[in-house]
Design a protein around this ligand. Sequence first.
Ligand SMILES: *[C@@H]1O[C@H](CO)[C@@H](O)[C@H](O)[C@H]1NC(C)=O
Ligand SMILES: *[C@@H]1O[C@H](CO)[C@@H](O)[C@H](O)[C@H]1NC(C)=O
Length: 362
Amino acid sequence: MMIVKATIVPFFLLLWASSCRASADIEEFFTDLEDIPNPSWFSLKETLVVGENSYGPAYGSTIQVNHDAVQVGRYAHREISRPTALHSVTNSHVSPKDWDQMSRWYQEDGNTQVFRLFPGDDTIRNSRVNAPRSEAYGLVGWLRGDGWFEWSGRYTFLKVRPGAVLQIKHNSTYWSLQLILEENADGTFDLKYVKLRNISAKTLLMQDVVGKGVDIRVLDDGENHKVYVNGELKVTNKMTDRPEGEDNRARWGLYSPKSAMDRDILMFVTGAYVGPALEESDDWTDPETDSPKNIWGFWGGFFDWLVPDKVKAWFSNRPGFDSYKEGSADLLALIEKLDAEPDPSFYDKYYSNPDNEGYGYL
Ligand SMILES: *[C@@H]1O[C@H](CO)[C@@H](O)[C@H](O)[C@H]1NC(C)=O
Ligand SMILES: *[C@@H]1O[C@H](CO)[C@@H](O)[C@H](O)[C@H]1NC(C)=O
């Protein structure tokens, strides 16, 4: 009896201690107001449209972000990038006017985006199953030759599972850069860089990420890319075979395919920006220095204020920075492109290949 107690008690103590540690670590970052019920996927699904894009509704309890703990670092003061759309399990393109109906999966609080998923949640908008996600994507695209473009923001990882948290994609099948979460044998998660077609290009960016925040900055010029972690350059690499004329686009949040969701997911991204590369400032305490509005300096701001969007579009021969308008032909064409089913030969070659496990997420 004594022996049993001697082994069991410490075992339970350990379990108790580890569960305390996990919850204590993340609770300082938010409060779940529990003001709206979060139904089980089983009962919610009964009310949703299956087989085509729909807008739910899929409401969820309000997550109140603890700004003091979350909105820190280089991007703390930056407003969330626009124009941005949401890709949820029911719809590949949800524009801001419909985000309230997706509060189960996406919310904003101050400069912070809240990405959430629940057990069972899975794609129902098309026939592709086992591809749960809550991702935002920038409608800003860039081509080779446009110069350096940037995605930057601060991740706070709270409840996670393996998947992609940042991707640069140039068509519906191919990505040129992914940052992923990988699970270790001890249940901790690491943030890694992974490059298409080169498994050795996986680079550890941050260890044991749950309960931590990290500033990520990615630069891409349609050919080369760089990844900075907390201001430090960690990866320089390239993917040169992106076809001419295909826009590169950034998406972030959690995309976690291979099975329906099996747990609660909660991740924050603060100060997300997509657009022409910004000057990195040394003074991150000044909310103005890293403001996207200031990228062209005073005269850029003046131009922006003076010139109507229509006139600005004449200067550009393609839809680009800030030029997608709700319901416009350009936007509809873009959505169609993003909605295209991935290339089946790609699946066979890379994704369905067991050696490719963890190599990247389509
Ligand atoms: C794969 O990536 C590694 C690490 O970045 C690099 O050293 C190597 O040259 C790459 N191989 C190919 C074939 O691109
Ligand atoms: C997407 O890009 C890849 C190369 O990165 C290219 O082989 C493919 O043809 C492109 N288009 C589609 C629809 O996959």
